[in-house]
Design a protein around this ligand. Structure first.
Ligand code: HAM
Length: 430
């Protein structure tokens, strides 16, 4: 009985995932098109990699310390016992593809991808989210860091977002890090009693994580902690200075945030994060990234510097809602064909119009004239194209404006696509 009941239950999308239905999806479409345009103009090409990878890629690439790898990865074995993981992020797969195919450098890849993390779902935090991102492999030029950060910043501007703040930091290089970590550990040990429960126990394991902790106790302690920027060697310090000068030159406002260490372990030198201040702090990171100059090597490739960012699409749209910007109306169809002769005229005419580059809709299932008209009105189409027995006999189509109450006209069947094109341009502009 229980089994029967269970079988008859409606199956819903898994916890922490969501469907994006039309017309909400028109915003997604417009977002990806806008991003693709920006990326193309900066020399990036769309890059597609599998949604699942060898689980060792993320373990090795992203390091064993991050929550994303340790606690949140969707891991499974396939029917041949291969260890696989759904991608929790987009960078390691792109670097894996680079190492595997060794394209000429600098290699500039952009992507749009779902990412999977077993997190506790809440507003702006999902088990499947979607990212837009770019990665550049094969150059450590700080001007590339500026280009990459500028691409994201300009893209937020394209959407009309005004309340996005950029924080920048440097994670230093492999030699700077141990000196800093030792100093930080010593500092935290002196104030361990004041840390949050989790970090009081675990700060020695990975003291950098404490800098990332959102708990008030830890924030208070890390306020006066030693700063990584003060431990940079001359080359890393000069790199950071050049990045910051570049951002200033391009008019991209930012501030140095010495506690910005980000949640993934592969970062070296430049790191950055964009916060949408119109959103609550727990979900306001609308994008982030940085350099990962050791990642290619960590997954078995030649040492190759790299930098990129990921932007969470859901968060970005929440930020747009909070700022009441980027409302995208689906494009109106030019025609809704109303066939009162049985449907064959509609079948042929919609195909002809679509071949001519116009958007044409119709009703199905032999609906009455009244019902077809109602659907045409609801569809938002600019014109109803009506073919009744009389029009059919005379080889014409009646064109009735649905939007602005203009005059109805009769157009010869052979000229209808061309005429409709002209009429639509008059309504919407060419
Ligand atoms: P990330 O900061 O982990 O970085 O994620 C990038 C963005 O994805 C975040 O800023 C946020 O907007 C969104 N995001 C992350 N997790 C979730 C979630 N559970 N629900 C909704 N949105 C989320 C990376 O993934 C790096 N691969 C970025 C990068 C590229 N670094 C270098 N290149």
């Amino acid at each position: 009985m229980a089994e029967e009941q269970e079988e008859s239950q409606v199956i819903r999308a898994p916890k922490g995932t969501h469907d994006v239905l039309w017309p909400e999806s028109s915003r997604w479409e417009a977002l990806v098109v806008a991003f693709a345009g920006r990326a193309r103009r900066a020399g990036f090409g769309l890059t597609l990699t599998p949604v699942f990878e060898d689980a060792r890629l993320f373990r090795r690439g992203m390091g064993g310390q991050s929550d994303v790898v340790n606690k949140e990865m969707y891991e499974f074995t396939d029917r041949s016992d291969r260890p696989l993981a759904l991608r929790p992020e987009g960078t390691a797969p792109i670097v894996r593809a680079f190492v595997q195919h060794h394209p000429p450098v600098p290699w500039k890849a952009w992507y749009v991808t779902p990412a999977f993390r077993y997190e506790e779902p809440q507003a702006g935090r999902y088990r499947q989210h979607h990212q837009l991102g770019v990665e550049v492999l094969g150059t450590e030029d700080p001007d590339v860091d500026v280009e990459v950060i500028a691409l994201a910043a300009r893209f937020y501007g394209d959407l009309g977002l005004r309340q996005v703040e950029l924080s920048v930091n440097s994670m230093g290089c492999a030699e700077d890090r141990p000196r800093y970590v030792a100093a930080l550990k010593q500092y935290l040990a002196g104030r361990a009693a004041e840390l949050c429960d989790e970090h009081r126990e675990r700060f020695e394991l990975n003291p950098l994580r404490v800098l990332d902790c959102k708990q008030a106790q830890c924030r208070a302690v890390t306020e006066d902690a030693p700063r990584l920027v003060d431990f940079l060697d001359a080359a890393c310090a000069a790199h950071l200075a050049r990045v910051r000068r570049g951002l200033d030159a391009l008019g991209i406002g930012h501030r140095l945030e010495p506690r910005l260490v980000r949640g993934l372990d592969y970062y070296t030198r430049t790191t950055f994060e964009f916060a949408a201040t119109a959103l609550a702090a727990a979900q306001n990171a609308v994008g982030g990234g940085g350099r990962y100059d050791g990642l290619a090597e960590a997954i078995g490739g030649e040492p190759t510097p790299g930098i990129g960012f990921g932007i969470g699409i859901e968060r970005l749209l929440l930020a747009c809602d909070a700022e009441a910007t980027f409302a995208v109306a689906p494009a109106a169809a030019e025609a809704f064909v109303i066939d009162l002769t049985g449907g064959e005229e509609a079948r042929d005419l919609v195909d002809e119009l679509r071949q001519a580059g116009l958007t044409a809709l119709r009703a199905y299932d032999g609906r009455s004239a009244k019902s077809q008209m109602k659907q045409a009105d609801k569809s938002g189409a600019l014109f109803a194209l009506i073919i009744g027995p009389e029009e059919q006999a005379n080889g014409v189509v009646t064109v009735r404006p649905l939007r602005d109450g203009g005059d109805q006209q009769t157009v010869s069947r052979g000229a209808v696509a061309a005429r409709l094109s002209e009429l639509s341009d008059e309504v919407t502009g060419p």
